[in-house]
Design a protein around this ligand. Sequence first.
Ligand code: GDP
Ligand code: IMO
Ligand code: MG
Length: 430
Amino acid sequence: MACLVVVGSQWGDEGKGKIVDLLTERMDGIVRFQGGNNAGHTLVVNGEKFILHLIPSGILHPGKVCYIGNGVVVDPKVLLTEMDGFMARGIDINPERLRISDRAHVILPTHIAIDKAREKALGDAAIGTTGRGIGPCYEDKAARVGIRMIDLLDATTLRAKLEKAFVEKNVLLESMYGEDAISPAKVYEEYVLYGRRLAPYISDVPLELHEALSAGHNLLFEGAQAVHLDIDHGTYPYVTSSNPHAGAASVGAGLPPRCFSQVIGLVKAYTSRVGEGPFICELHDEVGHFLREKGFEYGSTTGRPRRTGWLDGVSVRHSVRLSGITSLAITKLDVLTGLKVVKMCVGYELPDGHKLNALPTSLDIQARCKPIYQEFEGWQEDLSEVKRYEDLPANCRRYLEAIAAYVGAPLGLISVSPERNATIVLGNYC
Ligand code: GDP
Ligand code: IMO
Ligand code: MG
């Protein structure tokens, strides 16, 4: 029995989906525990590409059970579209293989409308959200007025709750943002049907996970977003509304902290960020352009170009400490091939010469930080066919070893192309 957590250590899009898909072979169940369809996790298997927003990235492996935990916010329309899309591609999705927590909160059209209207009203100060209603749904959860998956199964309760909730939301939409009101009756008609279709999948997920562990099963917990987008620990307010921290796996799946044995921290070999917010190592030059184009850094969810920069070792080290990362999965190393010099940020410098070796909480101070870089000689060799660590170019290994030493966690996995099997496995993952 093992419980492994996979988390992003930067600002998302590190390649969590690929690594979860790869490790699924050794697992019995895969669990999403936070976030919603703001996530976009890409898998590439034999040249075929799959993008997942809500279904855990283990779904391509027949016989493995995928769970959507209580900490996730579920847009049932998106989930059903995703399920239908995968079924149309021959992936078997049935209630034996996909379990959805009855306690997970439901994203409603009002959440999406408020998310978009708020961003529009913020203008230049917008967060750059994915516009999927994630923040407003978590707000309702915290305000104790949310609708949960279990409510979709009881038509009378659903209608009453929608009618009550929409009074306040429609005042906000119409009076505050000048948007159209949304009819609770129409949403009821739509959502009651989603409930009927999803009913066989909705279950008491914590109970099932406890049973799986008692039976000696191995479980993998798939984080979405990343530690620096965490509502508590990230670059607030330019964050998401959940906790992508490894600790959230316990609460968001319903298992005690003592179950978790390993935390795999995903580290892209450079940095990307989509949406607004501070980004100390951001590059606006030809190297930034090179990373975006060669790394195909365009959002899997919204298609937006991602901002790019050198690896920020300081922020990754912070994530290693916060989430207790026990090993690193370094991805997209191949993207750096061809650069003469590769850099990692190992500190920040303020205009007065003061040096910092940790990410400051104040965004004003972050805005004044300049990165201090350690430089490495680049490599020119194609990495995509490399299967063994010792076959990587020496300069590449020096860079990897410097990352591990600086952030304080050992190398576990090294990914050299989007393909599932283009990964060097150094760690022991049951
Ligand atoms: P996630 O949100 O963390 O799952 O990451 P995304 O799927 O949003 O973005 C990662 C992108 O990088 C996807 O397009 C992956 O197919 C791709 N990718 C993952 N690992 C590698 C790698 O080692 N090399 C290259 N070139 N691409 C990779
Ligand atoms: P994966 O799981 C990268 C960013 C958005 C925005 C901020 C808040 O694919 O790594 P939200 O819609 O969550 O309220 O937006 O968070 N964001 C992500 N950035 N990868 C993601 O997920 C993200 N999910 C949200 O761009 O800046
Ligand atoms: Mg992504």
